[in-house]
Design a protein around this ligand. Structure first.
Ligand code: HEC
Length: 169
């Protein structure tokens, strides 16, 4: 076989290999986006709070100092994962998402008491109960914002996007 025929035979083979490898990258890209959509279930744990835990009232509901005390506790214990304003950080999801803001105070208290250890959310049962309720008061005082970690803070100078205005109404 001359070198030339060999080259001609080799060419389709090379093209084939190229196609195969681009197919592979596409597959792994699909896999990555699948993983991302699985991460959307980060609030599934709070839905598991038992009826009895949900029904618990926040005993500090009318305590006007609870929110301020909760804010300090949050900065000390939670901000490193959930962000300074609970908007979400590298390690923890936003707590301003509707799933948390619309959850019963008792359900949030239950999460703090039990954690989601296998997913990186620590147990806070060593914090005295009143402090856990202060944290609940603080979280509830924030109100919902879009669940994106890159969302601008509430006091950003530019006006909020149209769709977030309509959501506020
Ligand atoms: C070491 C990082 C870390 C710290 C510190 C931390 N969290 Fe979390 N938290 C997480 C992670 C990760 C999740 C998501 C768990 C999951 O996927 O269900 C989470 C979830 C939550 C949730 C949502 C529950 C759910 O359904 O998953 C609440 C509420 C919460 N954290 C509150 C707090 C509060 C309040 C503090 C401070 C006392 C705190 N967290 C401290 C990492 C952290």
């Amino acid at each position: 076989m001359s070198a030339r025929t060999f080259g001609i035979l080799l060419l389709p083979l090379l093209i084939g290999v190229c196609f195969l490898s681009t197919g592979e990258t596409r597959q792994s890209a699909n896999f990555a986006s699948e993983k991302e959509s699985q991460a959307d279930t980060e609030y599934s744990e709070i839905r598991k709070a038992p009826e009895k835990a949900r029904a618990k009232r926040n005993p500090l509901e009318k305590d006007t100092d609870a929110v301020a005390a909760g804010r300090i506790l949050f900065q000390q214990r939670c901000a490193e994962c959930h962000g300074d304003n609970a908007e979400g950080g590298k390690k923890g999801p936003s707590l301003r998402a509707a799933e948390i803001q619309h959850a019963e105070p008792g359900a949030i208290f239950w999460i703090l008491t039990n954690g989601v250890v296998r997913k990186g959310m620590p147990v806070w049962s060593k914090l005295p109960e009143p402090q856990r309720w202060q944290l609940v008061s603080f979280i509830k005082s924030l109100g919902p914002t879009p669940a994106r970690a890159d969302a601008p803070p509430a006091n950003a100078s530019h006006p909020p996007a149209k769709d977030s205005i309509s959501r506020l109404r």
